[in-house]
Design a protein around this ligand. Sequence first.
Ligand SMILES: Cc1ncc(C[n+]2csc(CCOP(=O)(O)OP(=O)(O)O)c2C)c(N)n1
Ligand SMILES: [Mg+2]
Length: 182
Amino acid sequence: MSFKRRGLSRIAVTVFGDGATEEGVYHESLNFAALNKTPVLFVCEDNGLAVHSFRKVRQNYRLHEHAATYGVTSMRVEEGWDPLIVREATLKAAAKVRAGEPVLLEIATARYKEHVGVGEDFHFKYRTSEAVDVWKRRDPLIVDAQLAETLRPELEREIDAAVAFAEKSPAPGRDELLTDII
Ligand SMILES: Cc1ncc(C[n+]2csc(CCOP(=O)(O)OP(=O)(O)O)c2C)c(N)n1
Ligand SMILES: [Mg+2]
């Protein structure tokens, strides 16, 4: 809304899980964005899980069909393991957003680790490691070790720079509350 009011040609990208779409704020945000034609790209990482529960016990809607009822265009990528396909879809969705409408981009994916943290959670038995292996066998960072090693230094530099920037940034004060809002 701020970008639009200030006449900036920027877009906002928000990334969330399929489980988050059951929260009221998701629906309010979609409605607000559609109504005001704000330049927002909603990206849903759809792994079919919310913590330990599967979609079929949680959702009576198909996300992309449901977005249409708010007048939000949606796109779905099944090949979430393929960065080039994800990139292409994201560029297409972003172009639509720049042209003046919010878009929902749903990307099928898998969660390798537990819901929060770096451990595995197969011992809870709500899912099997075999189901996740299907994804790992298609994951270029696992299948193509050379590609992973080529990318690693640049990614590590980017992460280190982001962490250093965060650590040296002062906490925001009250005077910043409305910065970039109006
Ligand atoms: C702001 C906020 N609202 C609600 C919750 C409660 N909550 C915890 S996990 C979760 C859903 C998780 O599902 P998903 O985002 O798909 O993550 P996944 O389990 O796939 O990693 C929700 C709604 C929260 N943590 N924070
Ligand atoms: Mg999920």
